[in-house]
Write a protein that binds this ligand. Structure first.
Ligand code: HEM
Length: 128
């Protein structure tokens, strides 16, 4: 259960960072976008490592969600940190034709992760 609480605490923080970074990008505030995107990327990677270490320590998700929901969720959460490894150099080097469409893809995948994550959360709490 502690793992679920940890993820529940981290996800809103990471989401606020992403909304902020995306808002700055859309307002063409490049320097502020760059700063918040770097903070977001570091926080995402830090969170993944924390969750991974907790799982190595024996903590686990005791989900009851349907397998297809968990499968979709897992594919997305493996894609997100990988995408950030492309977003950082393309953003910093100004390779906009890669960075902007991948940025849009990243936001869409993030929302999909939130929706499937919420379904897993609700099922773990017995609401689904
Ligand atoms: C570590 C990750 C990231 C870094 C270091 C970064 C950095 C940058 C930089 C420096 C630019 C300006 C590029 C230029 O025009 O020369 C930029 C543009 C942009 N970034 Fe990122 N970025 C990152 C992640 C993201 C993510 C996750 C998104 C999705 C919301 C995103 C969306 C955009 C968009 C839409 C623009 C274009 C803004 C405009 O029209 O001027 N970036 N990024």
């Amino acid at each position: 259960m502690i793992l679920l609480y940890t993820v529940e605490a981290l996800v809103p923080i990471l989401t606020v960072q992403l909304v902020w970074a995306a808002a700055m990008a859309m307002r063409k505030e490049k320097e502020r976008h760059r700063r918040m995107a770097i903070i977001h990327a570091a926080s995402v990677w830090g969170s993944y490592i924390l969750v991974w270490v907790m799982m190595l320590m024996g903590h686990a998700f005791k989900g009851t969600a349907a397998k297809w929901i968990v499968d979709i969720h897992q594919v997305i959460i493996y894609l997100l940190p990988a995408l950030l490894l492309v977003q950082a150099p393309t953003g910093l080097k100004g390779v906009r034709w890669v960075h902007i469409p991948l940025g849009v893809t990243y936001v869409i995948l993030w929302v999909a992760a939130l929706v499937t994550g919420a379904m897993i959360f609700l099922s773990a709490r017995g609401y689904m």
